[in-house]
Design a protein around this ligand. Structure first.
Ligand SMILES: Nc1ncnc2c1ncn2[C@@H]1O[C@H](COP(=O)(O)OP(=O)(O)OP(=O)(O)O)[C@@H](O)[C@H]1O
Ligand SMILES: [Mg+2]
Length: 508
């Protein structure tokens, strides 16, 4: 062992899956007290690398050195014993267990007589959650928490281990700006205590803020090693895609016409309290607000998932009341859900089966599936969204996280809905696919469809919306022209009740 050796060195790591070399001689050095970004487009091999580093799978070849000594990470337990904690892209929490039990899962403290030490579970969990500055009770049932809170529990689990290396695969995909800032602060604290951190994210703005160095992968190979690319969004994007991607937010200003949907004083048991807004034909209406402000609940109310306990919805001037989501789909409304892992995919289907799942009526004639229509439509969308061609050869559970998300988006673009509610549509997808989604949004609004966009990425929300409705505690009281709203305004508006300090308000 030597003092100058990196904490961890991964040398020429290769890993193949049937039909694809997911990691091809990847080299990464992780230093103590440093945050190292691992970046690249969907399917480039980031999660594969992370599974190897955390002992979930063995590399086909390559060497691993810990403080200069060659080691083998023989399994997840061995990784943990070596001080490696991982927050995986797929959640690994158990929804029916308490927050404390999840934090100590696999490592449950017991008393001398083998009895579970509940007091320790709860007090230690409370300590970690307090250190993270999050307001979650250790005895809460994890499945009852919001997606963002569940993500924070995942992170708490890694922190409770007091690891010397922590790996985070897309930790912020389900977090709002405030929670991201909280997480960053936590990572900075860990860095100053000497922890090595490996960080994967498609939110390049936050990568730019937090990382010290980056390794960029393309097609399983390192195309830019630490120190070779400046920590700057444009430079990183160029290295990721191997060229210039052009405008990041290619918003088209299409004609905005009559009101197609009017929501007045919506209320639901799930927390919508007085949401009033309208949506025009050809418009993108952004819903801005902090995590837990009720944006997803408003989407669910519009889509007939949560029953209204008050207020009314008018569609093309006629009052409607959806009994369930099928009724909303039939009326021409589509929802791309936020939690695609659990709400969105049929994991045993191939891509095309998933894409056409919402529009079987349109592609079946006299009760038979029109396979030619299905193939043509899905092929076009898969190309536009750059979904991995492997998606047709395998069921979707074998695809990378980002490719799975693109498939759920494609499904709703394939359906013939007039109103699309997109809840965090670009979460976890790479910059190229994000731009493809933006262009599809342009094409949809150009064709006279309307979009409700929910996004925690404020830059995206402001750039891609025509108007922004500010959601606060489940209520919408003002809708503002997106051009009149700055990033700071949006942050302040979402946390304050004062509706008077923002110019450019549109009367409701
Ligand atoms: N279990 C598996 N079986 C077969 N192929 C797999 C498996 N896991 C990943 N792959 C393939 O390996 C390649 C790399 O996938 P990986 O999940 O590492 O990508 P990623 O960089 O994490 O992408 P994303 O940003 O979308 O999460 C992809 O082509 C993927 O389809
Ligand atoms: Mg991944």
């Amino acid at each position: 062992m030597s003092d100058t050796a990196p904490l961890w060195e991964f040398a020429d790591i290769s890993k193949g899956y049937p039909g694809v070399l997911a990691n091809d001689k990847v080299c990464i050095k992780l230093m103590t007290g440093s945050i190292h970004g691992l970046l690249g487009e969907n399917g480039c091999g980031k999660s594969t690398m992370i599974k190897t580093l955390s002992g979930v799978q063995q590399p086909d070849s390559g060497k691993i050195f810990h403080k200069g000594d060659e080691v083998r990470i023989s399994g997840p337990l061995a990784a943990r014993d070596m001080g490696i904690a991982t927050v995986f892209q797929e959640f690994s929490i158990v929804p029916t267990l308490s927050v404390g039990e999840n934090i100590f899962l696999g490592n449950i403290p017991r008393s001398r007589f083998g009895v579970i030490d509940w007091q320790k579970i709860n007090s230690e969990s409370a300590r970690v959650l307090k250190e993270m500055d999050v307001d979650i009770h250790p005895e809460a049932i994890t499945g009852d928490l919001s997606v963002g809170e569940q993500q924070l529990v995942e992170i708490a689990k890694a922190i409770a281990m007091d690891a010397s290396m922590i790996i985070l695969d897309e930790p912020t995909a389900a977090l709002g700006e405030d929670e991201i800032e909280q997480l960053h602060q936590l990572l900075r604290n860990m860095r100053s205590r000497g922890t090595a951190i490996l960080y994967v994210s498609h939110r390049l703005d936050e990568v730019e803020r937090i990382v010290d160095e980056v390794t960029i992968l393309r097609g399983g190979q390192v195309v830019s090693a630490a120190g070779e690319t400046k920590i700057n969004v444009s430079e990183i994007v160029n290295a990721m895609v191997g060229g210039d991607v052009g405008e990041h937010y290619p918003k088209e200003n299409n004609a905005i016409n009559e009101v197609v949907l009017r929501a007045t004083g919506l209320k639901t048991k799930s927390g919508v309290a007085e949401a009033t807004f309208d949506l025009k034909r050809g418009e993108v209406l952004g819903l801005g607000g902090v995590l837990g402000s009720g944006r997803t609940q408003i989407a669910r109310a519009l889509f007939g998932v949560d029953a209204l306990t008050g207020g009314s919805i008018e569609l093309n001037g006629a009052p409607v009341r959806f009994k369930n989501e099928m009724a909303a789909i039939r009326a021409g409304i589509a929802l791309v859900p936020e939690n695609r892992k659990t709400d969105g995919l049929f994991f045993n289907f191939k891509a095309s089966g998933n894409i056409t799942a919402a529009s079987l009526g349109e592609i079946s004639r006299r009760g038979f599936l029109d396979l030619a229509a299905e193939a043509a439509g899905t092929a076009r969308l898969m190309e536009e969204l750059e979904i991995s061609p492997q998606a047709e050869a395998k069921t979707v559970n074998f695809l990378s996280g980002g490719n799975q998300q693109k498939i759920v988006i494609a499904r709703w673009l394939f359906s013939d809905a007039q109103i699309l509610i997109l809840d965090e549509p670009t979460q976890g997808i790479d910059i190229g696919a994000k731009i493809a989604v933006y262009k599809l949004m342009n094409a949809l609004t150009r064709a006279g469809k309307s979009i409700v966009l929910i996004s925690s990425d404020h830059d995206e929300l402001l750039a891609m919306s025509d108007r922004v409705a500010i959601v606060h505690h489940g209520a919408i009281r003002q809708v503002v022209d997106a051009k009149e709203l700055s990033h700071d305004d949006l942050v302040r508006a979402s946390v304050s009740h004062n509706t008077h300090e923002y110019k450019g308000q549109v009367a409701l």
